[in-house]
Design a protein around this ligand. Structure first.
Ligand code: NAP
Length: 329
């Protein structure tokens, strides 16, 4: 009998076809998140789930006794209770490596948009306020030859550094581990401690995963160390930033502006951010291109099929499941 698989969103057809060829597939019909009780109901008999934007809590897992594999269609997996999965020996995978260039494209686009006031300028033209060319109209700040501070120097952080080199930027980075010397040399990136990065950067761009350690990594203390002319760019996860502290830093002019793709209580956005011209907002579209989303869905499908076939999936995030087993599958 084919294993039962539930997919929490209507993903691109090539990915669904791949899974349907080997599994008994059920797909949630709407492009909207399922609540945990709805998810629990839909995956009662499932051996595999492809999760896209839903929260897989310990309570949901309890109601899915046959579950063996969970493929998250995302690099971050803070929406899953990975520890609970590991205790149940459920293999969990992500789509790391599929979205770094696209997400870095958006991070850089946000950086440019807030610095050169692109969104404000667009509103100015559409609202019919442009009467004549003016010398000091909508002056922004330069990007080129400025200092970019990258917090979290993994795949997306390094992709961001590659873009910054094209703008002749000076690149500082801080990460849990220092990058290999060859990477530092190639990207001309200098490892510094977090406080120095905050103090010297004209742009601070966040690329860490959301974990207990990185929750509110940017709080009142960190904003007070940034330059008043500096901008914060966040395409990682909303709760990496203490949003209340960000609002206070903007109001007190401790920083010059922010560009955000992710929010602490998505899809709710702090009301004080909505009214500010020096803040650019995007609705979590970091990996949002047809090519990349299709690639992510296919990768999730491949991971799930490998796990259900008893093979070690390529993007396994909880290898502890195999701990103590003779010869990993
Ligand atoms: P990655 O390759 O795993 O890189 C993350 C980096 O952060 C690693 O270098 C890691 O260091 C470092 N790090 C982890 N904890 C840290 C800490 N406490 N302090 C300093 N550095 C720390 O991940 P990625 O592919 O670049 O993705 C990064 C995040 O971006 C994802 O987790 C996801 O949440 C987010 N994302 C958002 C979107 C979007 O749509 N906006 C799209 C894709 C990804 P180690 O190497 O030591 O672990």
């Amino acid at each position: 009998m084919k294993p039962k698989v539930f997919v929490t969103r209507p993903l691109p057809q090539p990915a669904l076809d791949l899974v349907a060829a080997a599994c008994d597939l059920e797909v949630h019909a709407w492009d909207a998140p399922l609540s945990p009780p709805e998810l629990a109901e839909r995956c009662r008999d499932a051996e595999g789930i492809i999760v896209c934007g839903a929260c897989l809590t310990a309570e949901v897992l309890e109601k899915a006794p046959r579950l063996r594999a969970v493929a998250n269609v995302s690099v971050g997996y803070d929406n899953l209770d990975v520890e609970a999965c590991t205790r149940r020996r459920i293999l969990v995978t992500n789509t790391g490596g599929a979205a770094q260039e696209t997400t870095a494209d958006l991070a850089f686009a946000l950086l440019a948009a807030v610095t050169r006031r692109v969104v404000e300028a667009d509103r100015y033209v559409r609202e019919g306020r442009w009467q004549h060319w003016a010398w000091n109209l909508l002056w922004g700040a330069d990007l080129h030859h400025r200092t970019l501070g990258i917090l979290g120097f993994g795949r997306i952080g390094q992709a961001m550094a590659r873009r910054a080199r094209g703008f002749s930027m000076r690149i500082l980075y801080h990460s849990r581990h220092r990058a290999p010397e060859a990477v530092e040399r190639e990207l001309e990136a200098v490892y510094v401690d977090r406080d120095r990065l905050l103090a010297e950067s004209d742009f601070v761009s966040l690329h860490v995963p959301l974990t207990q350690e990185t929750h509110h990594l940017m709080g009142p203390r960190e904003f007070s160390r940034m330059k008043p002319s500096a901008f914060l760019i966040n395409t990682s996860r909303g709760a990496v930033v203490d949003e209340q502290a960000l609002v206070a830093a903007l109001e007190q002019k401790q920083i010059a502006g922010a560009a955000l793709d992710v929010f602490e209580h998505e899809p709710r956005v702090h009301p004080a951010l909505l009214g500010r011209d020096n803040v650019v907002l995007a609705p979590h579209i970091g990996s949002g291109t047809a090519e990349t989303r299709t690639k992510m869905a296919l990768l999730a499908a491949e991971n799930l099929l490998a796990a259900l076939a008893g093979k070690r999936p390529p993007n396994l995030v909880n290898p502890e499941v195999y701990a103590g087993e003779a010869g990993d599958a």
